[in-house]
Write a protein that binds this ligand. Structure first.
Ligand SMILES: Nc1ncnc2c1ncn2[C@@H]1O[C@H](COP(=O)(O)OP(=O)(O)O)[C@@H](O)[C@H]1O
Ligand SMILES: O=P(O)(O)O[C@H]1O[C@H](CO)[C@@H](O[C@H]2O[C@H](CO)[C@@H](O)[C@H](O)[C@H]2O)[C@H](O)[C@H]1O
Length: 470
């Protein structure tokens, strides 16, 4: 059981986190965090050596406060090989010098997180010794065939909004799994869990199987009540998979004709949409639905313009494209992927294209991401992603006619989609509005995360609005 010492810490946990969080890939703020502790909970290390604590903090530095989940481990000696995951060192008035780690890199945390997720251990209160915390619960998925026990783990590198850990189970305890620890927390259902679960339960071959999740509650910033949400999600790890972004860039540069692969992706996306429409609510939009969704597009346009003032030159054209969306014919609303791009498509040996990360766009409020939406948003996501790939190929001097390549790939993708679902080109004006909306989202995303990539969406907006000038 976790023993909690009444101790002085120098520096304090919040001081350590304030220095460290701003440099993390999942940190969404633009300035140094101003942190407030909202809550915490612990996991026991059976050997009693490592302290494991998940701290829930609120960053109040930006205009919209953000809640973060920050799992930490406390050790009395450095963890070999985890130098890059060191959050900092502190002096504990009872226990002495402590090394504090980003817990997903610490095997003791991962082992116990999996134990919690599988319902084999209980979470412990953050500030009271030997007291289970009933607000944090593991929910193993009934359809997962085995009871995994961790043998080894590694954190996935690369660009991610969350932190994903690949777990190799002990012999006889099933196949490898991937555990995603959500970093920004919002009250409500995480669509990644709901949508992948619904698709898998409907027999879709295009998503990984679910292993389980951890759900929990944390104190609200006003201190009045608790918010409930999901904290981590485990699913089947698709071994040998390559993401379509990487694969497309590599094979296109070598001159391989990828149109049939793009057509196949179109078929898969249309099939996933059809399954989601059957498995979860779907309805024809009324005037209010259309108005609200176009209003959200207008807000995004305004935000992009405020971040990249050069875009104001396009104000009138942007307004015209979004006005056209209000009078356009809309397909039925339904649950969709919400942030579909080539990085969310995996090529899995023997299984073909599979889709992951149904969490929606990380910059959108969770409530919006859980609303019914238009499948055209996902179609636009892939069209934009192919345009990003073309822009990247252009920059890499591959000798390819990247523009012609992009048009051919987009056409093939749309052709494939139309073989299984309605032809997105039948919704011309609306599809253009969704493509523009995605590019405006990307402007904000790149301005925050990858300023060097900003010209990819801004050039696309220039081109799109030029082409659209009639
Ligand atoms: N089930 C899976 N099997 C294999 N690799 C996966 C799986 N899920 C995610 N990945 C890998 O992890 C990366 C990050 O996953 P993703 O769900 O997109 O996380 P984030 O929400 O942090 O963006 C993906 O780009 C992919 O390479
Ligand atoms: O994968 P995430 O859920 O974190 O999505 C965010 O990051 C993506 C980049 O990693 C970003 O996608 C943009 O860049 C891609 C190339 O790296 C490109 O294929 C996409 O078309 C483009 O939107 C995504 O928008 C963002 O939400």
């Amino acid at each position: 059981m976790a023993t909690i010492h009444r101790a002085e810490l120098h520096p304090s946990k919040l001081e350590l986190l304030t220095e460290w969080m701003g440099g993390q890939r999942w940190f969404v703020g633009t300035s140094r965090p101003r942190l407030r502790r909202l809550d915490s909970w612990r996991l026991d290390d059976p050997s009693g050596e490592v302290g494991i604590e998940t701290v829930i903090v609120l960053d109040e530095a930006g205009s919209t406060p953000v809640v973060y989940q920050v799992p930490l481990t406390y050790r009395d000696a450095p963890l070999e090989g985890a130098e890059a995951a060191l959050v900092g060192e502190m002096e504990h008035s009872v226990l002495g010098h402590r090394w504090v780690y980003d817990a997903p890199h610490d095997p003791v945390y991962v082992t116990q997180l999996l134990e919690l997720l599988c319902g084999r251990v209980a979470a412990q209160a953050g500030s009271t010794s030997d007291t289970p915390d009933p607000h944090i619960v593991g929910a193993p998925h009934p359809a997962w065939p085995s009871d995994p026990v961790m043998a080894s783990s590694r954190v996935l590198g690369g660009e991610q909004s969350n932190t994903s850990i690949i777990v190799t189970p002990a012999p006889g305890t099933g196949a490898p799994i991937i555990v995603k620890v959500f970093r920004t927390l919002s009250p409500g259902e995480n669509p990644d869990i709901t949508l992948q679960g619904a698709l898998a339960a409907s027999g879709s071959p295009s998503v990984p199987a679910s292993v389980g999740h951890v759900a929990g509650a944390w104190q609200r910033p006003d201190g009045q009540a608790r918010d409930f949400g999901q904290l981590a999600f485990a699913q089947e790890y698709l071994e040998g998979a390559t993401d379509a972004w990487r694969e497309t860039l590599q094979t296109a540069a070598s001159g391989t004709d990828l149109r049939e692969r793009a057509r196949e992706l179109g078929r898969v996306v249309a099939d996933v949409h059809a399954t989601l429409a059957r498995a979860l609510p779907s309805r024809a939009p009324d005037a209010g639905d259309v108005e609200r969704r176009v209003a959200a597009m207008r807000r995004r346009a305004a935000r992009a313009t405020s971040e990249v003032p050069g875009l104001t030159a396009h104000d009138a054209r942007v307004a015209a494209v979004l006005d056209a969306a209000t009078t356009a014919d809309w397909p039925a609303l339904q649950r969709i992927h919400g942030d579909l791009h080539l990085g969310q498509v995996l090529d899995v040996p023997g299984r073909g294209w599979m889709l992951i990360d149904f969490e929606g766009e990380p910059l959108r409020p969770l409530a919006e991401r859980n609303e019914l939406d238009s499948p055209l948003r996902d179609v636009a996501g892939i069209l934009r992603s192919l345009d990003y790939a073309a822009g990247t190929l252009e920059r890499s001097d591959s000798g390819l006619d990247a523009r012609a390549w992009c048009t051919a790939m987009q056409t093939a993708f749309l052709d494939g989609y139309a073989e299984v679902g309605p032809d997105p080109r039948g919704y011309g004006d609306l599809l253009t509005a969704f493509v523009l909306d995605k590019a405006l989202y990307e402007v904000v995303y790149e301005a925050h995360h990858r300023p060097g990539w900003l010209s990819l969406p801004t050039t696309a907006i220039d081109r799109l609005l030029q082409e659209d000038r009639s």
